[in-house]
Structure formats: structure tokens, C-alpha cells
Design a protein around this ligand. Structure first.
Ligand code: AGP
Length: 593
């Protein structure tokens, strides 16, 4: 997902936009650029592939005092990673930055080329610039030109537009995130694809709906529908002042910091939801649990809880599959969407499908004010705080626990005492695990060079096996596969030999069955890393072993095991020297299909 930051007002506009872009670095990107109105009133453009530092170096010897600037970090979708495809795109007195995909770009590009527009990049984004420039040449003002050009686009997009002829900045979006903010006292206004970039600069933030144009000028924002009439289709919020800027503190990586935050966050969630607030949810006939990646695996754990604890039928769906399969949605169904960012394109599209069919939708989401947060009927915030590491860790834990809380809401529980005790015990067990960092570091040193990993587990540990494999793939760039332990003998066991490592998760449930699966692997010389109860029958058949104490955790045990996998993956990646917080090719929030 690309990062957008725009600012208008004070003379240090460029510095504020660069600070905003720094805060968005965690989302992953491959180039960065900025355009600002210079002292002559013209637009100056600087952009460069690579890290933001490359852009800052370009600016070092330039006078970049300005009161209007627009910046961008690009995560390439259309067009190679190179300087010319970086944003902003400039044409005469117009500059734009874009987040999203223009699905009919090729068709529009042909028409624009035929009209004499000279493209300088291979991007779809530049098509919008061409449409805009022709609208202006036909005498329309910037808002009307923006509206006409935007109506011609298909797909999800957010744009910020800057013109040397205008004293403001214009924004427009559909299906992609955009948030604006103002500081009336300082006479400043800002826009970004992520509220995190606005913290400390603005006091009030606004989330415009799709197809609403915002005109930002010094200290104010006006909202317009595409027909040019004033719009009230936006959500206004005071920015949470306690939204502190996350720093790594004493940790080497954000991901490690976020792994270590989990015990405190578990207790925070318990305080928020389990202190007797009146949680009541109408019991559905069936639940559709929908998400992507880690959020989907969290849904798998929640789904098992709903079926086992409440006997509610559950269907689990990858959002990218659900949105195209014409799902069977029946009266009385409930759709639960799980998403850390609340901006994942597939998840948003799946939610819209359910909403359009009259199905009640609720979210398990981290970002308040995100698109998902604003679109569903009811939200359950996971209160994980800003998750900077692209590889999701604390969000998974909070998503599952929030799902467990929703189970109580369906059950109409009034006394949360026993669940509070489990939350507290889980927090304590994870703290104990986090204090054994050396064990994981030493283990990682022994196995990080292996080329193939299986994560196996049964029942509630099967989703954790999938999530553990995803973590290792994401941050260590090694092939890892999560598998149901009982399924290995139906084919994948052909892969087992002395070069293959098996992270074997063994819970107290189905202990003997799972141990026999390990024996099958051991008989074929597979390397066994056992994670489970500290008993001789298990410890003695493992090459390396992580002892866990499951007593009392019950349905929360998968979260305890998952932290072991997080630590193991982290230390393996550390041994390999990969970019753990910003792994190659990945974006923190996949806002495109
Ligand atoms: C998880 O480590 C990945 N970053 C990715 O699978 C992520 O969980 C997925 O893209 C869903 O993101 P969301 O929770 O923001 O919707």
C-alpha cells in the first residue's frame, strides 16, 4: 500500500510531509517523492527509488521552504521500480500522488495519447493526471476537473492533487483510505492515507466517504460531492491525544517490541471488555468469518471457539475467495470481518457484498476510523495499538481474544470472572515464555540454515501451525508450510528427510495421536522441534524442545503456542539478517486486489 502525505499552511510544509512519510515507512515501499510550491510559486519535484533517506539527501542542498507540499512512498503495482515511476507525477502546473489501482488505465491511456498527452511513466496513476490536465484546459476549475476526471476511473483509488494555480490541495477517494486533519490555531491542514502520519500536527481529523472531494486550505477543509455541492458525507473525530508515536525503545525491531507488548495488551483487553460492561449480541444462526492472511488464521481459532463453546455453525472464508464465490448468505446469518488495518481491499469488498445482501456485519478491527470500522454495523476494537511490524504478531493475539469475548456476548454472559482469570493466566504464561529469549535464540542458530520447514498441529493448533509458517515465510524468506498433523501421512510426508525441519505443536488434547505423527516424521529422519507439555514421551523424541505449561489456559492455549512460533521465526530471521520490520515485497496493509 502506498503512503500519501500532504500539508498546507506553515512554511515548514516539506519537513512535516517528510516526517509523515517517515511514519508510514513501516507499511513497506520501494521509492519516495515530494512536490512543493517553491518561492516563485511554481511546483518543485524531487523523487527517488529506495529509502526515504535517498529523497532527503536530494533535498539537502535545495531551498525547500514552502507552505504547500505533497509526498508519497510507492509500493509498486503498475510499472517497474524506478525514478520515473515514482510519485508525485508532475505535468505543467499540476502534481498528483496516488494510492490504489486504475483498472481501466490502459483504455484511458490510449485515448489520452491520441489526444497528444505525453506520458513520462509506465504507471496507471499518470492517466489521472492526463485526464485532469485536459479538464483544466477546457476551462473547468480544479474541483470540477477533479470530479470529471475521477468519474472516468474504475477501481479503488485515492488521489491528492496540487496545482500551482490553486491556494489549496484537493483530495478524492473511492475504496482506498484517506484521512484529513486541521490545526485551526496554526492555520494548517494535512491529509494522509494513514491517521498515524497526522499525529501531533492536527487536532481534528476527518474521514471523507467515497466520492467526496476535500479542499484543504490554510487551517480549514471544505467537503464537496462530485456534483460540486457541499458534502456532509464524512466522519469527524478529535484525534486521540494518547495516540503516541511508536518507537522501538530498547528493542532492535518493532516486531520484537510488539511480541513483547502482548502480555500487557491482553490485560488491557480484559480491563476494557471484561469489567462487567453490558455485552449482548443476538445469537446468529450461522457465522461467516472472513479475513486475509494472519487475520484469517485468527478467524480459524475464533471459529473453533464459536462451534465448540456455543455450537454455532461457522464458515471460514478467505476474503479474496468469498467475494467472488457468490456465497450462500441466509437470513439470520452474521458476517464477522477480521482485519488489523481495516483497509484490506479483499476484506472490504467481502463486507460490502454482505452489507448489500442485508447481512449484519461486525468487525474485529484495530484501527478506529478505518474504512471497515466505518462500514460495518458494529465494531469490536482489538486495542492492540499501532502495529508497525509488517508481520502481524500482537494483532493476531488481540483478534483471537476479541473473538473469544464475542463468544461471551453471544452467550449473554454476565459473569466474566473465569474468563478474566484465563486472560490473566495467558498473559502470565506468555511473560514466562518471553523471558526465555535465549532458548529461542540458541534454537534458531541451530536451524536457520535449513531450507524447508513444516509447522504441524491438530485441532486448535492447526491454525497456529498455519500462522507460524506464514510468519517464517514473511520475515525469513524460507519455504515453510503449515499442515494438519494428521494429514502429513497423506502425501506431504514424502518431503520428509534430514533436510526438513518439523515444528511439531503438541497440545494436551490429542496428545498421543500427535506424538505418533512425530514418530512417523522421526522415522524418516526429519528434524523435530517439539512445542508442548514437558513430558518424557514428547521431550525424548524431539531434537530440540520448547516446554509449555498449558494447565488452566484451555481454549486460549493456541495463543500461548503462537508466541513461541513468533519468537522462533523472529530469531531465525535475525540469524538470516533480513529486513524484519519491512520484509521485501510486503505491505502492511494490502489495499489493492
Ligand atoms: C500478516 O503478518 C501479514 N502482514 C498479512 O497476512 C496480513 O495479516 C493480511 O494482509 C491482512 O491484513 P489486515 O489484518 O490489515 O486486514
Amino acid at each position: 500500500m502506498c503512503g500519501i502525505v500532504g500539508h498546507i499552511g506553515a512554511g515548514d510544509s516539506v519537513d512535516k510531509v517528510l516526517e509523515g512519510l517517515k511514519r508510514l515507512e513501516y507499511r513497506g515501499y520501494d521509492s519516495a517523492g515530494i512536490c512543493f510550491k517553491n518561492s516563485a510559486g511554481d511546483l518543485s519535484l524531487f523523487k527517488k527509488t529506495g529509502k526515504l533517506a535517498n529523497l532527503i539527501n536530494l533535498l539537502n542542498n535545495q531551498d525547500h521552504h514552502s507552505s504547500s507540499s505533497v509526498g508519497h512512498t510507492r509500493w509498486a503495482t503498475h510499472g517497474a521500480v524506478n525514478d520515473m515511476n515514482s510519485h508525485p507525477h508532475l505535468y505543467k502546473n499540476l502534481a498528483i500522488v496516488h494510492n490504489g489501482i486504475i483498472e481501466n488505465a490502459e483504455e484511458l491511456r490510449k485515448g489520452l495519447t491520441a489526444r497528444g498527452f505525453k506520458f513520462t511513466s509506465d504507471t496507471d496513476s499518470e492517466v489521472f493526471l492526463g485526464l485532469l490536465s485536459f479538464e483544466l484546459e477546457e476551462g473547468r476549475d480544479l474541483l470540477a476537473a477533479t470530479s470529471n476526471a475521477f468519474k472516468k476511473l474504475k477501481g479503488s483509488s485515492a488521489f491528492v492533487i496540487q496545482s500551482s494555480d490553486s491556494d489549496g490541495i484537493v483530495t478524492i477517494k473511492r475504496g482506498a483510505p484517506l484521512v484529513c486533519g486541521i490545526n485551526e490555531n496554526l492555520g494548517e491542514a494535512m491529509v494522509s492515507s494513514d491517521p498515524y502520519a497526522l499525529i501531533g500536527f492536527v487536532e481534528k481529523i476527518f474521514f471523507p466517504d467515497d466520492d467526496v472531494m476535500c479542499f484543504l486550505s490554510k487551517g480549514s477543509i471544505n467537503f464537496y460531492d462530485l456534483d460540486g455541492s457541499p458534502s456532509t458525507r464524512y466522519l469527524a473525530k478529535d484525534l486521540e491525544t494518547n495516540f503516541e508515536i511508536s518507537t522501538k525503545g530498547q528493542f532492535e525491531h518493532y516486531m520484537l517490541k510488539e511480541i513483547y507488548e502482548q502480555p500487557v495488551l491482553i490485560r488491557k483487553l480484559s480491563d476494557i471488555y471484561l469489567e462487567g460492561i453490558d455485552l449482548e449480541l443476538e445469537r446468529p444462526k450461522r457465522v461467516h468469518l472472513v479475513g486475509c492472511g494472519t487475520a484469517f488464521y485468527a478467524g480459524m481459532v475464533v471459529g473453533q471457539m464459536l462451534e465448540k463453546l456455543l455450537k454455532i455453525p461457522v464458515s471460514l472464508e478467505f476474503a479474496s475467495e468469498f467475494r467472488y464465490k457468490d456465497p450462500l448468505l441466509l437470513p439470520g446469518d452474521l458476517a464477522i470481518f477480521i482485519s488489523q488495518s481495516g483497509e484490506t481491499a479483499d476484506t472490504l469488498a467481502a463486507q460490502k457484498l454482505c452489507k448489500d445482501k442485508g447481512i449484519k456485519t461486525i468487525s474485529i478491527v484495530n484501527v478506529e476510523g478505518s474504512t471497515l470500522f466505518r462500514e460495518v454495523d458494529q465494531n469490536f476494537l482489538i486495542h492492540a495499538g499501532q502495529e508497525i511490524g509488517v508481520a502481524s504478531t500482537k494483532a493476531f493475539t488481540q483478534q483471537v481474544l476479541t473473538g473469544r469475548i464475542i463468544c461471551e456476548a453471544f452467550a449473554g454472559t454476565k459473569d466474566f470472572k473465569s474468563l478474566k482469570q484465563k486472560f490473566s493466566l495467558l498473559s502470565h504464561r506468555i511473560e514466562e515464555l518471553l523471558n526465555q529469549a535465549e532458548l529461542f535464540k540458541e534454537m534458531a542458530q541451530k536451524i536457520y540454515n535449513f531450507q524447508g520447514f513444516f509447522f504441524t498441529g491438530r485441532g486448535p493448533y492447526y491454525p497456529v501451525a498455519l500462522e507460524g509458517a506464514l510468519k517464517l515465510k514473511e520475515i525469513a524468506y524460507v519455504h515453510a508450510e503449515g499442515y494438519a498433523a494428521g494429514e502429513l501421512k497423506h502425501g506431504p510426508i514424502a518431503l520428509i528427510d534430514e533436510k526438513m525441519v518439523n515444528i511439531a505443536i503438541v497440545g494436551p488434547e490429542l496428545f498421543d495421536k500427535t506424538v505418533s505423527n512425530i514418530q512417523e516424521i522421526k522415522a524418516r529422519k526429519g528434524i523435530i522441534i517439539g512445542i508442548g507439555p514437558d513430558v518424557a514421551d514428547l521431550r525424548n523424541i524431539c531434537d530440540l524442545f520448547i516446554p509449555l505449561t498449558f494447565e488452566g489456559l484451555e481454549e486460549l492455549s493456541p495463543l500461548y503456542v503462537n508466541v513461541a512460533n513468533q519468537l522462533l521465526s523472529y530469531h531465525i530471521a535475525k540469524q538470516k539478517g533480513t529486513d524484519i520490520d519491512r520484509p521485501r515485497n510486503l505491505a502492511k496493509s494490502v489495499t489493492v486486489e
